[in-house]
Design a protein around this ligand. Structure first.
Ligand SMILES: *[C@@H]1O[C@H](CO)[C@@H](O)[C@H](O)[C@H]1NC(C)=O
Ligand SMILES: *[C@@H]1O[C@H](CO)[C@@H](O)[C@H](O)[C@H]1NC(C)=O
Ligand SMILES: *[C@@H]1O[C@H](CO)[C@@H](O)[C@H](O)[C@H]1NC(C)=O
Ligand SMILES: *[C@@H]1O[C@H](CO)[C@@H](O)[C@H](O)[C@H]1NC(C)=O
Ligand SMILES: *[C@@H]1O[C@H](CO)[C@@H](O)[C@H](O)[C@H]1NC(C)=O
Ligand SMILES: *[C@@H]1O[C@H](CO)[C@@H](O)[C@H](O)[C@H]1NC(C)=O
Ligand SMILES: [Zn+2]
Length: 415
């Protein structure tokens, strides 16, 4: 009898003890209570445009009940999301058309989202603001401009977007701008035009350093990545890109670039999109952890982050169905023996470090004047654009045509 009840006790204990999987999940949630995830890229604003034409007051647009998106308020809470770069994405089709207007509208909808749900979101613009929002239990909300076409090749627009709250800009989306090449030039579907950055593209990067806007290299060509990593005074991010060493998709970051990420203190925020994770339309949580492991192995734990790309992609991995699932991914990292410090780095601290360094570079350049040289008029594309300012020849005097025009104007005034 005593023998039997002892075995019963052992059995009961074994059933009552949480499995290691459950233990890791509990541990993940404990860590995330103090260090919630700051994700690099979420396209909810694009969903709000597509579904509701940005009418947040529509009953169906209520972010508490919205249920056919990867993102809503209950899911953000379950997922321990403490910070989010909301993408103010507008498609490449808007280039040379209404890109600037539509970008402003996406920035407006993020701002209105913060205003409408103040108990959930806090729109912030610096690293201190992120930490304060997290401490008060809010989702720190930042804006990332996805594609250089959003500035229409204008440094004035770039500066204005910064003043309105944009804190990163992806230099291209999946199209070249007049000053930078995108990832498609590295595929059979494209040919390099600028072989990285044009002279004006380098000025854009310098101006972003001066402003304190993070440079984002998701979506750009490998030559653009290398050119930026070579000239940027501040570390950069890949807001939503995975590892080319695991899946040979050109949206991913190759090993030689990962080495530059390490040497510059930059950050790769791993994308969960199935096509970038496994190069197929099927993936699971463990496949994503493989990318995180890989970036850690090649570039170091300080170079790893999360950039789920939720609500911007058609297929997400089994186990990472929506933004409520980040703790499951963290549990997987713990199961793979990541230390608590490494996990906290990937969740938030690495991004905060990069953001603070970008802010310090801004401070160190505080005496520098804004770049004023406009892009050459001939480098602009599209036919619906006026040429005010260019006719005088200012800033383009080195160009024979402009010089000739100036001469003609002078002659006509004199005679
Ligand atoms: C959204 O719905 C919730 C639950 O029904 C409600 O409490 C809240 O007031 C609504 N918020 C807005 C902004 O409509
Ligand atoms: C999603 O929301 C719609 C309307 O807000 C509701 O009719 C539907 O039952 C909900 N679906 C689920 C699975 O909760
Ligand atoms: C990096 O910049 C230096 C000079 O600033 C230049 O000589 C070198 O070719 C550049 N490397 C790349 C990969 O662009
Ligand atoms: C995830 O997918 C891989 C194949 O890519 C498979 O080997 C592995 O067992 C899967 N893991 C889970 C937890 O389903
Ligand atoms: C994690 O560490 C434990 C204990 O040292 C070891 O048994 C296990 O194999 C390690 N797992 C991985 C994935 O490295
Ligand atoms: C630039 O920053 C330094 C250090 O913070 C400060 O001493 C200096 O006054 C600033 N210069 C300008 C032009 O703001
Ligand atoms: Zn993207």
């Amino acid at each position: 009898m005593p023998g039997r009840s002892m075995w019963e006790l052992v059995l009961v204990l074994a059933l009552a003890l949480p499995s290691t999987g459950q233990q890791h999940l509990e541990e993940a949630k404990r860590i995330m209570n103090s260090t919630p995830v700051i994700d690099g890229h979420n396209d909810l604003p694009w969903q709000l445009l597509q579904k509701f034409n940005n009418q947040l007051g529509l009953p169906a647009a209520n972010l508490t009940v919205l249920n056919d998106t990867h993102t809503n308020i209950p899911k953000l809470r379950q997922g321990h999301v403490g910070g989010q770069f909301w993408s103010v994405y507008v498609p490449c089709e808007t280039q040379n058309k209404d890109a600037v207007k539509r970008t402003l509208e996406q920035m407006d909808v993020v701002q209105r989202m913060c205003d409408l749900y103040p108990e959930t979101f806090s729109c912030v613009t610096d690293a201190d603001g992120v930490q304060k929002a997290i401490q008060s239990g809010k989702v720190a909300s930042l804006m990332g401009v996805e594609g250089g076409h959003s500035i229409d090749s204008s440094l004035g627009v770039l500066r204005t977007l910064y003043r309105l709250g944009a804190r990163y800009m992806t230099l291209t989306h999946s199209c070249n701008t007049p000053w930078a090449d995108n990832w498609l030039v590295d595929t059979k579907d494209g040919k390099p035009v600028h072989h990285g950055l044009s002279a004006f593209g380098k000025i854009v990067v310098q101006e972003m350093n001066r402003l304190g806007m993070i440079v984002d290299l998701a979506h750009v060509s490998v030559d653009t990545m290398k050119a930026v990593l070579n000239i940027s005074k501040a570390p950069v991010i890949f807001s939503h890109s995975s590892a080319y060493g695991i899946c040979q998709h050109r949206r991913n970051v190759p090993d030689d670039v990962l080495k530059l990420v390490a040497s510059t203190g930059s950050l790769v925020m791993v994308n969960f999109y199935n096509s970038y994770v496994t190069c197929s339309n099927k993936a699971n949580l463990s496949n994503v952890a493989d990318h995180l492991d890989y970036v850690k192995k090649v570039a170091g734990a300080q170079a790893v982050g999360f950039g789920g790309d939720y609500d911007g992609v058609t297929g997400v991995p089994t186990g990472l169905e929506d933004v409520s699932k980040y703790p499951a991914l963290v549990a997987e990292l713990l199961a793979r023996n990541w230390t608590e410090q490494e996990v906290k780095g990937a969740l938030a601290e690495n991004l905060l470090r990069v953001f603070r360094e970008v802010e310090e570079v801004k401070l160190s350049l505080n005496g520098t004047a804004p770049h004023e040289t406009p892009i050459a008029f001939e480098e602009l594309e599209g036919s619906c654009r006026t040429s005010y300012g260019y006719l005088s020849g200012a800033g383009t005097a080195q160009r024979p045509l402009a010089a000739l025009a100036l001469l003609l104007v002078l002659l006509s005034v004199l005679f």
